[in-house]
Design a protein around this ligand. Structure first.
Ligand code: F0G
Length: 455
């Protein structure tokens, strides 16, 4: 990996730039749009010689082979795919916590209840800091390290900050976290502090934190690690490679992803398009994005104008990870939905909470933002957009322990207001299991056990 050989292409006007020309806010100087990483030796749109393209079967073999290697880069589920993310000059600059290589679980109970026989969950919550952000963070933070930065920074709804703080600490770098005060889950806040970040709670929402950080990166030499940074998306491509690999390079019919700032859907879409372009896979899955009803700017844009214009909303949802009203990567996400033939759906607070409880009942668990995927799938099935014989993968983005307050409130019965529960009352009641308190008596415990058997 001596000469990384990548370039940056603006997704708006197509301008191609070198890494050293990038502005601190990662926006194109001509049109203000976001960049994507491209590889002139093999990316679509470059007239590269056919023999320069990596060989698909050799790559499949090599990536599998690396799973039994003791090299740090090979043990990472991101860097073992490094032929598709040639973003560093020197492999020695990789900062890794052995991210990726996450499980693809089959969801047996949920398969029965949704009528989708081949239903899987790709659990990105099984990453080192408990969310999918680690795959993007190892990529972009390694670039920051290679470029010699001392400070990195992000605005976050919690998971990005946890990941950034951990990887920065690992590299011996300093990190600045801006989070909306009182609006992120405790598990995530505690991680940023634990990993030594300078953690600042601003009296605003996530979108306000993004605005403040945009000014900071112009005025101070800090490296921005929000997902406008195109290197984040290169790392976030790898779950798609893992899904394809786990299914013997047969892509699923449908991949369903939660939508917040809309980088993840963009990264997965880029990965599936690249895999097809390189002949690793034969076709594309439909990629659908699900938003919370109270934080649904993409859903509205798709419905109201086919994704031509996005109007920011004031975001409200208990799924705090996706409480985002002005998503940075919306244009990239629209392109992925269009190119793959997917949809954008929304889910209510009650639908999200019920779906989270159902995933928990499988022994898998996830944080609320991840559960929008199942809530969305149920809608897509009802609308006839997903058929029972199709293979579907839900992308679970965060670990259930990230937001245990939410889980406890749901099972105690004080998460949702009665007007929110509505028609889902019975289904919700069936999934609720509150902890029972009693005196320390075996008789009392046995009585409770009998009662439980009858339920
Ligand atoms: N799920 C979880 C658990 C998240 O933390 C996020 C985003 C998303 C889904 C949405 O992904 O933004 O790529 O569409 N969390 C960011 C953060 C914004 O700061 O941790 P997206």
């Amino acid at each position: 990996m001596e000469n990384s050989g990548h370039q940056l292409r603006c997704t708006g006007c197509g301008r191609v730039s070198e890494q050293r020309e990038l502005k601190a806010d990662f926006r194109c100087p001509d049109c203000g749009d976001l960049y994507e990483v491209v590889y002139p030796s093999w990316s679509a749109g470059f007239a590269a010689a056919e023999e320069k393209k990596p060989n698909a079967s050799a790559l499949r073999w090599l990536w599998k082979e690396r799973c039994s290697s003791n090299e740090e880069a090979d043990q990472s589920g991101v860097w073992r795919f490094r032929e598709l993310l040639h973003i560093l000059r020197d492999e020695k600059n990789i900062v890794s916590l052995r991210e990726g290589n996450t499980p693809l679980y089959s969801l047996r109970r949920t398969a029965r209840s949704t009528g989708i026989a081949k239903l899987y969950a790709k659990h990105q919550g099984m990453n080192p800091t408990g969310s999918f952000k680690d795959t993007g963070m190892t990529a972009a933070l390694s670039v920051a390290y290679e470029l010699g930065y001392e400070w990195v920074a992000c605005a976050s709804t919690g998971n990005t900050s946890a990941a950034m703080a951990a990887y920065a600490a690992r590299a011996g770098m300093r990190s600045l976290v801006l989070i909306p005060q009182g609006k992120i889950a405790w598990g995530k806040l505690s991680q940023a502090i634990d990993y030594g970040a300078l953690t600042i709670q601003l009296r605003t929402d996530f979108d306000g934190c993004v605005r403040v950080l945009a000014e900071i990166v112009r005025r101070a030499p800090v490296y921005l690690l929000n997902s406008v940074n195109p290197y984040r998306l290169e790392g976030q491509k790898t779950p798609a490679l893992e899904i394809a690999e786990a299914l013997e390079w047969e892509v699923p019919d449908h991949v369903i992803v939660p939508g917040g700032n809309l980088a993840n859907s963009s990264a997965l879409g880029k990965a599936f398009l690249e895999m097809k372009h390189l002949g690793l896979t034969a076709r594309l899955p439909k990629i659908s994005v699900i938003q919370a009803e109270g934080a649904n700017p993409l859903y509205r844009a798709m419905r109201e104008n086919g994704g031509e214009a996005l109007y920011p909303v004031e975001a409200h949802t208990r799924a705090s990870a996706i409480r985002i009203g002005n998503p940075a990567s919306w244009k990239k996400a629209v392109r992925v939905i269009r190119e793959t033939g997917g949809w954008c759906e929304q889910a209510s607070e009650a639908e999200i909470a019920l779906a989270k409880a159902e995933i928990g009942e499988e022994g898998i668990g996830c944080e609320p933002a991840s559960a929008v995927t199942l809530a969305g799938l149920k809608k897509l099935v009802r609308e006839g957009k997903v058929q029972s014989q199709e293979t579907v993968v839900l992308l679970l983005t965060g670990h259930t322990l990230k937001d245990s307050d939410y889980t406890i409130a749901y099972h105690r019965g004080d998460l949702l207001r009665p007007d929110e529960v509505g028609a889902l009352r019975t289904e919700i009641e069936v999934t609720r299991r509150n902890a029972v308190e009693m005196d320390a008596s075996a008789d009392l415990v046995l009585r409770e056990l009998e009662r439980a058997k009858e339920r």
